[in-house]
Design a protein around this ligand. Structure first.
Ligand code: GLN
Length: 489
């Protein structure tokens, strides 16, 4: 009787049985789908619960929401660092999954202390989970494997499948049965994701994400370089704190962010040299532009949501479409178009004509800007009086989704290409840091609706920042290509 040989990292990487990708991608797809299901399920309930059940003001709810979003995307940097140095991504994922699930269950208890404790647990748990699941996707592919970008696009579909389904379960339960059932449902999703990961990881992800020094994928490429020193992070963190103190008039989330960003720059830049350092610098430049991408993109939840609510004709015959439905449009378009983009990158790469990642991001920012052009046009009609057809919002979401497909999955893949392996998860955390900073910038943009009353003039602001950032990044593409020439990113 033939015995199957134990799976190795090489056999995993050669595997093509999950839509042409390693089966481990399917497992990471499922784990991240459930994590995002829990994340978006809870996020969809959060503001409504505060305003409707706890009778908070819109402003207080929006502030808590903003701080939550900033913090939940700040901890991945710390979680990534701990995974690189200490735990490995494999252990970090399980810790993160358990802490997140515990957070949602604690939030399901009807009490203010448990509510905040639960949110804190989700913030900490996401730090352990989110960067590390993405880093592991990168480890499924050997350097130079042309399937990498396409693999990240498939993984990104898992994110959006979770995001798309969550409102149907968590919002329905939360709004119709009881808020706490909605929060608990989010926790159940996270338990399912963690359990399936633990049961199947030995089979589908052998040798991936071990603690430093214990496995090929965890240490490959680390040979010879000097390890980073704690003082690198401390010097950078102090400098970042100083800059944030000058720039932010003492907002504590901004101070924390400044210290963390500075610490990351110090650790990754001072801890590398030569080609590696050039690639790390390229990543920080790119991430700066991506802050502007998410700041405009995440208007979906704020100013675009209000455009749907107040200025869009949502009647179909005698049926009034709930405003919230527009929140799922992005995930739906994403699921429809992800394979088109993944196929496009693969075809271009086979033909030897794949554009560098930085150029894809130029296109992504430009498409995002075009989406806002649709809202400026719709906004002019609103300014003239009356409600407009949903066509304008749908067009905006379509362009935004196409832009997202040129930026976000591609960006995750880019990080795994340019990051030295010993900083893989830390730098994945840096990628998510763009979201954290975007929370602050995007909130400031959304707050301008209070002074800029014309809808057309308001949407011209994110239109201009997106197209402006796109053109500026275009000028930097040759420099970025030179900085990342050693890995052809
Ligand atoms: N929707 C994606 C996710 O949840 C990206 C969100 C973001 O980075 N702003 O991972």
């Amino acid at each position: 009787m033939a015995t199957t040989p134990a799976p190795t990292l090489e056999s995993v990487r050669d595997d093509r049985s999950f839509f042409g990708h390693p089966r481990g991608l399917g497992l990471l797809f499922a784990a991240e789908m459930w994590e995002r299901f829990s994340f978006y399920g809870m996020r969809g309930l959060l503001v409504l619960y505060l305003v409707n059940a706890l009778k908070w003001s819109d402003g207080d709810a929006a502030r808590l929401y903003g701080n939550y979003m900033s913090l939940v995307y700040l901890t991945p940097l710390v979680g990534g660092y701990i995974a690189d140095r200490l735990l490995g991504t494999r252990n970090s994922l399980v810790i993160g999954g358990i802490v997140i699930a515990a957070g949602h269950f604690v939030m399901a208890i009807d009490n203010m202390a448990t509510f905040y404790t639960g949110m804190g647990l989700v913030i900490v748990g996401t730090g352990f989970f989110k960067p590390n699941v993405s880093t592991m996707v990168g480890q499924l592919y050997a350097a130079g494997d042309p399937r990498r970008d396409a693999g990240f696009t498939v993984f990104y579909m898992g994110i959006n499948l979770g995001a798309f389904l969550a409102p149907f379960v968590c919002s329905t339960l939360g709004e119709k049965v009881g808020w706490h059932y909605g929060f608990a449902a989010a926790g159940v999703g996270m338990v399912l994701g963690t359990v399936s990961y633990v049961l199947l990881r030995d089979k589908y992800l052998p040798g991936i994400g071990l603690a430093p020094g214990r496995g090929a994928a965890a240490t490959a490429g680390a040979g010879g370089e000097s390890p980073s020193r704690p003082w690198h992070g401390i010097v950078g963190g102090a400098a970042g704190l100083g800059v944030a103190a000058l720039a932010s008039s003492g907002n504590w989330v901004a101070l924390l962010m400044g210290a963390v960003i500075g610490g990351a720059i110090g650790t990754a830049v001072l801890g590398t040299h030569g080609e590696e350092r050039k690639r790390v610098i390229a990543l920080f430049i790119v991430v700066t532009f991506i802050v502007l991408f998410w700041a405009a993109f995440e208007q979906a939840g704020s100013s675009m949501n209000l455009f749907a609510d107040r200025h869009t004709d949502r009647t179909i015959g005698s049926f009034l479409m709930p405003t919230g439905w527009f929140q799922s449009v992005n995930s739906l378009f994403l699921l429809l178009f992800a394979t088109v983009f993944a196929g496009l990158w693969l075809r271009l790469s086979k033909a030897g004509r794949e554009p560098p990642t930085a150029f894809k991001m130029v296109i992504g920012l430009f498409l995002l800007g075009l989406g806002f052009v649709a809202l400026v046009i719709g906004g002019r009609l609103v300014d003239a009086g009356g409600k407009v057809s949903p066509v304008f919002l749908l067009a905006a979401y379509l362009f935004h989704t196409w832009g997202e497909l040129c930026v976000s999955p591609v960006g995750l893949s880019y990080v795994t290409k340019v990051a030295p392996v010993r900083f893989a998860s830390l730098l994945m955390g840096v990628w998510f840091l763009a979201n954290s900073a975007a929370g602050l910038v995007g909130g400031a943009i959304a707050a301008m609706t209070e002074t800029v009353k014309s809808q057309a003039a308001f949407f011209a602001i994110p239109m201009a920042t997106s197209i402006g950032a796109s053109l500026l990044l275009l000028l930097l593409v040759p420099l970025l290509r030179r900085l990342t020439a050693s890995v052809q990113a």
